[in-house]
Write a protein that binds this ligand. Structure first.
Ligand code: B16
Ligand code: MG
Length: 217
């Protein structure tokens, strides 16, 4: 029985991946590293530290810990600058209606994002009030595909995992939801999210009855 929906942020509620791309691109250019959209795809759902490691590895580079910390902080400054442009207009079509429908029917709502900037992004989108729980990405030890972030959300919501449904755009996120014993809905391409119980192209296609149907059939 559906009791709670746990949302991913980037790629589900809004497309902050473009801002992450621009911020990493700016840093990569300053450091003389190659970085393109294909590589950016690999960073979706992955935390900032792991993201830098992937970029360095793709360039056959290593760096000292202190240097990496400085680069990550710099990328985050660039990202925060870009977030200043973010407004409620950037909420993906269909998301607000779904949140309202869930709230009206007493379904609990949580956010499970790898982003430490998630609370700020929700504020800018004016969506904070819909969320019963926002899992602090900084408090989670293992990133997706580990189920920890989804299990933490269910625990904080006080809902059994079997009654939770997670919505994700990244394969690592779908894997995390399934490993948590929850129903997984993928947003994007069926071919890239084969482990999902249901895949939709856009959030517009989802409503409460479609989510409930994942539990009965
Ligand atoms: P931050 P999600 C993820 O968000 C992004 O997809 C990923 O590209 C980013 O590196 C990560 O958040 C960390 O973000 O640098 O803001 O802490 O998809 O888990 O909502
Ligand atoms: Mg995502």
């Amino acid at each position: 029985r559906l009791e709670a929906v746990i949302f991913d942020l980037d790629g589900v509620i809004t497309d902050t991946a473009e801002y992450h791309y621009l911020a990493w691109k700016r840093l990569a250019e300053e450091l003389g590293l190659a970085f393109d959209r294909a590589l950016n795809e690999q960073l979706k759902g992955i935390g900032r530290k792991e993201s830098l490691e992937i970029i360095l590895q793709a360039n056959g580079k290593t760096a000292a810990e202190a240097e990496k910390e400085e680069w990550i902080a710099r990328k985050n400054r660039y990202y925060l600058e870009l977030l200043e442009q973010l407004t409620p207009a950037a909420v993906a079509p269909g998301v607000l209606a779904l949140l309202q429908e869930l709230k009206a029917h007493g379904i609990k709502i949580a956010l499970a994002s790898a982003s430490k900037n998630a609370p700020l992004v929700l504020e800018k989108l004016q969506l904070t009030r819909y969320f019963d729980v926002i899992v602090d990405a900084g408090a989670v030890k293992k990133g997706k595909p580990d189920p920890e972030i989804f299990l933490t959300a269910a625990e904080q919501l006080q809902v059994h995992g079997g009654n939770c449904l997670g919505i994700e755009d990244a394969a690592a996120g779908i894997a995390a939801i399934k490993a948590a014993g929850m129903v997984a809905v993928g947003v994007g391409d069926k071919a890239t999210l084969p482990a999902a119980d249901l895949v939709v192209k856009t959030m517009n296609e989802l409503n409460l009855s479609k989510l409930q149907a994942c539990f009965t059939g």
